[in-house]
Design a protein. Structure first.
Length: 202
């Protein structure tokens, strides 16, 4: 740990260093930067973080982050409700949205099946997926899950669950490299993989 004479600064550095991708040196640099700014800057930052963590909700329909009961995507009348893209996490929604190639809705699982980590189907947001499909007359479900053993296992489990509903089940074209998470795939490649998606097969 860097030798810091002020306990207040040291505490702030230790808390920031807990964030992913931020070590002690980067945390110290951020803290020293804040000390050079007006007090209001730190207050606004602190209030924004507290407000976000206290008031954030998860969409009742798709489990994306939301300021209210439903996210801005589910409440957008311009979105195509007949298509649902199933993703692992909220970051994947952001990545796909950045491609500008998808105009349907999402379903965020909140993880993928991983027996090694003790994560089974019951830990995922799957309770309402069949109801959504039936009630909203969904025509296509797209699997946009990691191209890993865990991702493939999750896709297969959901495929078996949805097969009786008689709808198109597709997956991203393999422009996404095997073993890659969506967040590490460039937007152009991901966009093409969405546009050129193929029927899911086992």
């Amino acid at each position: 740990m860097i030798n810091i004479s002020s306990k207040l600064v040291r505490d702030a550095v230790q808390e920031l260093a807990k964030l992913p991708g931020i070590g002690a040196k980067t945390a110290l640099r951020l803290v020293l930067h804040l000390l050079r700014q007006d007090v209001d800057t730190s207050v606004m930052l602190g209030n924004a973080i507290v407000s976000m963590r206290t008031n954030i909700k998860f969409c009742i329909k798709c489990h994306n982050i939301a300021d209210g009961d439903y996210c801005h995507i589910c409440t957008n009348p311009q979105r195509d409700g007949s298509t649902i893209c199933i993703v692992e996490n909220i970051k994947d929604v952001m990545v796909i949205e950045n491609t500008g190639q998808f105009k349907g809705l999402y379903h965020v699982l909140g993880g993928i099946i991983s027996p090694m980590d003790g994560i089974g189907p019951s830990h995922l947001n799957l309770d309402n997926i069949e109801k959504r499909i039936v009630e909203n007359n969904v025509k296509e479900v797209i699997f946009a899950l990691p191209t890993t053993i865990e991702g493939d296992t999750t896709s297969f489990y959901i495929f078996k669950k949805l097969k009786p509903l008689n709808l198109n089940i597709t997956t991203l074209a393999r422009g996404v490299a095997i073993g890659d998470d969506l967040e590490y795939t460039d937007e152009i490649t991901l966009g093409r993989s969405l546009v050129n998606r193929v029927m899911y097969s086992v």
